[in-house]
Design a protein around this ligand. Structure first.
Ligand SMILES: O=C(O)c1ccccc1NCC(=O)[C@H](O)[C@H](O)COP(=O)(O)O
Length: 261
């Protein structure tokens, strides 16, 4: 089994357990689904920088990145820095995240929040909305075209934006559908962890212009963003480069200032 298969196998068990503890009917009755989400796609289209800054404590590829930070400080720092949106990893076993992180980020920042999760079930989308997210991620490498359609249409019915992530042309071809808002190209191969920004450059022309293009992973400097913009990218998801510093918000502010100059 590769790491992605292991994550998905664990996720299936986790979702089944959660459904038995907090059933869908309870989530629906909670009143938590009433909030009107903020669109990340709109924010990216109206932005001059397009930074989506991530909260990421650890990862399968890098092990520990930063476990000593308070998620509320990070969220506040990212908003003050001028990030367009924030990505919050909610997987516990592999990334050290949780839904509590999402709640705390929501309480501290009024920018679009992406629930960064391995979504395989509508239940996780309901959770995303209930805990304050504005956007969900769907990963083409772990879903069929039919699943992408069902899950993205469900997210849209709740008013959430959908970011669909691909890593190659085959994943892209099975995924293009009107219920997606943003198409993200992950520069990291999630099976081998190899990272190359060429992945974004090579796939750019194959992504229809109806979608906001987002480049994800391995972005560590302003010049890389300036180059990716030439390929039509409007969003840039950055995790480790911010999170490995003592003060991600302060570092993101310097990064964004440099991007604007
Ligand atoms: O980051 C990993 O090691 C990883 C492994 C397996 C599945 C997903 C993984 N990462 C999720 C992401 O896509 C990144 O956190 C995100 O794009 C930011 O990447 P980076 O700026 O390189 O931290």
């Amino acid at each position: 089994m590769n790491i992605l298969e292991k994550i998905v196998a664990d996720k299936c068990k986790e979702v089944d357990l959660k459904k038995s503890i907090i059933p869908v009917s309870q989530l629906e009755k909670s009143g938590l689904l009433e909030r009107t989400p903020i669109s990340l796609a709109d924010a990216l289209q109206n932005s001059t920088t397009g930074i989506i800054a991530e909260h990421k404590r650890r990862s399968p590829s890098k092990s520990v990145i930063n476990q000593s930070l308070n998620v509320q400080d990070v969220a506040e720092g990212y908003e003050t820095a001028g990030a367009c949106g924030m990505s919050v990893l909610t997987d516990g076993k592999y990334f050290g995240g949780s839904l509590d992180d999402l709640i705390l980020a929501r309480a501290s920042a009024n920018i679009p929040l992406l629930r960064k999760e391995f979504v395989i079930d509508e239940y996780q989308i309901l959770e995303a909305k209930a805990y304050g997210a504005d956007v969900i991620l769907l990963i083409a490498a772990i879903l069929s075209g039919k699943e992408i359609k069902t899950l993205s249409e469900f997210a849209k019915s709740l008013g959430l934006d959908v970011l669909l992530e691909v890593h190659d042309e085959e994943e892209l071809q099975k995924s293009i559908m009107p219920s997606l808002d943003m198409l993200g190209v992950n520069n990291r191969n999630l099976k081998t962890f190899e990272v190359s920004l060429d992945t974004s450059k090579e796939l750019a022309a194959k992504i229809p212009n109806d979608f906001v293009k987002v480049s994800e992973s391995g972005i560590s400097n302003v010049d890389a963003i300036k180059e990716l913009r030439q390929f039509g990218y409007q969003g840039f998801l950055i995790g480790e480069n911010f999170m490995k510093t003592e003060n991600p918000g302060k570092y993101a502010a310097e990064f964004i200032k440099a991007l604007e100059s």
